[in-house]
Structure formats: C-alpha cells, structure tokens
Write a protein that binds this ligand. Sequence first.
Ligand code: UT7
Length: 325
Amino acid sequence: MTAIRSVVLGCGSYLPQKVLTNAELAARIDTSDDWIVQRTGIRQRHVAADDEFTSHLGLNAARAALADAGVDAQSIDLIVVATSTPDNTFPATAVAIQNGLNIHHGAAFDLQAVCSGFIFALATADNFLRSGACKRALVIGAETFSRILDWEDRTTCVLFGDGAGAVVLEAQEQPGTTSDRGILTTHLRSDGRHKSKLYVDGGPGSTRTVGHLRMEGREVFKHAVGMITDVIIDAFKATGTSAEDIDWFIPHQANKRIIDASAHKLHIAPQKVVLTVDMHGNTSAASIPLALCVAVRDGRVKKGDLLMLEAMGGGFTWGSALVRW
Ligand code: UT7
C-alpha cells in the first residue's frame, strides 16, 4: 500500500558573523575554556548583531534551503518556524519570513517547544503534508538566545548561541515501506511538571518584560538521556528498525556529554554521531537543522541514508524523527 511521505528536498542554514569564544567569555566572567569544554564540549558560539533579528536569520536559512532544493519560493504553501526568541510577541516571526520571501498565500505560523522546537515543527508540517492540506513546506528553526541570556550568570550564558536552519519538505507518494524517502515516523512528548527547571523569568502575560533564561542544569541533565532514549526507542518500535540501521544520529546540540551518553545507551556507534556543539553551542530550535546542514554539506549525509533526529528541552518537551534522506 502506498503512503504519502514528507520528503526533504533540501536544507540550508545561517550563522551570524560574530563568533564569541570561550576565552572571550572567560575574560568577562568567572569561567574558563577548560570548564566549558570539559562539561559541555562547547568551544565557541555565534552571536547576532544588534540589528539582526531571528526573522533575518531564519530568512537567510530559508533562502539557502530553497536554493538547495532548487524550488521556487512561490511553490511553498506552509511555513512553520520553531523559535522561543521571536522578533516580537506578535505577529509570528513566520509571517516576517514569509513576507521576506514574497510569499502571500498559504499559512505561516510559529511553534514554541524550546529546544525540541524543530522536531515539533517537523512533525506538525509532516501531518499537514500527509493529510493533503499542503504540498510543500518550509520548516525553520531560528533563534537569538543571546537576547534572553543573563550575561552575568555563568551557569547559563556560556551554553547558548544564535543561528538558524531550514528544510524544504514535499508531499510525495512512496511505496509505503521503511525504504521510502522522507519522514518515516515522529514521536513527541511533553511534561509540564518540569516547567520550572528550564524557563524564562519574564513574559508579556506575567511580568510584561522579556525576561532571562534560568536553568537548573543538573536537573535537566538528569532527565535528558532517559527522555531522549525513550522517544528514539518509540521510533525504532514504530518502524521495526534498530540502532544498526541508523546511518547518522543528528541530536539536539546541548551538551556533548548528553549526546555521548544517549548514543552509548542506544548502541549507536560514535562515528555515526553528528556533533556541532563545539562550533555552535546550544542554538535551541536551530541546532538540529544547523547540524544536519553541516553533515549534508561535508558529504556525510547521502541520498537514501537513514537519519535519527532527536531533541529535549524546556517544558520539558522531547521528541524524535526518523528520516530517510
Ligand atoms: O537545550 C536544553 C536542554 N539543556 C541541557 O541539556 C543542559 C543540561 N545541563 C547541562 O548541560 C549541565 O548540567 C551544565 C553544563 C549546565 C552544567 O554542568 P554540570 O556538570 O551539571 O555542572 P554543575 O551544574 O553540577 O556545576 C558544577 C560546578 C558548580 O560549582 P560547585 O557548586 O561544584 O562549587 C558550578 O557553580 O561548576 C560551577 N560552574 C561553573 N564553573 C565555571 C557552573 N557554571 C560554570 C562555568 N564556569 N560557566
């Protein structure tokens, strides 16, 4: 029996020009390159210029993805932007990107699931495409976390960075097997009991301010590996696949120790893990498409490869997506 699959036609990314190294941070606050590298694997992060907003980052990534896919922006009828750092409270950053692309039809909206945002956005677009409601979608993860960091708080400000990544998806009829190209399965989870462990201490409806990111890092760490592995096992069960079938593991890039521990627990070989946390830091919803683009551009990810994407973050939210490239 055939199936409609959301096939990835192309991907693109954008990083702001300014690079902030660990050494530069150590000159400002009580931290060290050694501590940051050993505890997180991060060596540097990119920081947006004052006049560069999340929509600008997302628009650049979207343009790169459309060029890579070789499709006209006018053929896009759905734009989903995963972000926790929108340009404004409203309208959605997605409509700014839609307008920047000169698209004036279809639907564009933001989705907020913090670091899991890209997986949630991918799953949302996949459902629109498989239902027949839309034909071609842009899924974008774009963030300017530098704007919501407390730069005096060494426990958080060393961890995050800015950037954006995007993919173009198209609904295509496929044979309906796990050899199909496209998104094979997605699994999303949330548990609001953990909402105070990673949050922003402001907002339009509470403090009328933007606020700053606050995190109980050790608590997040404690839950991360279990949650990540649970949704990956769900994806394996749903498709009858296993760790051995995976060509590339492309996780959310928060902490190298979390990524290594998750891969180890799942018996995914270290050489199959795509790591960009050293170069980008944690870019929240942008981290997976940024890592994906690096691995596509350097030739690691090839047509037909099986990719396991996963993320866990504020909420808590967590999710996985199994994709055949
Ligand atoms: O993307 C969303 C999901 N987020 C995550 O996945 C983040 C999860 N958490 C983590 O990645 C880690 O918990 C951190 C990297 C945030 C922290 O690493 P840790 O090994 O859990 O360190 P810790 O919080 O237990 O802190 C150890 C020590 C503390 O000092 P004491 O109490 O032992 O004296 C901290 O005050 O390290 C100290 N510390 C620092 N030292 C130098 C905390 N931040 C820094 C810093 N530089 N930047």
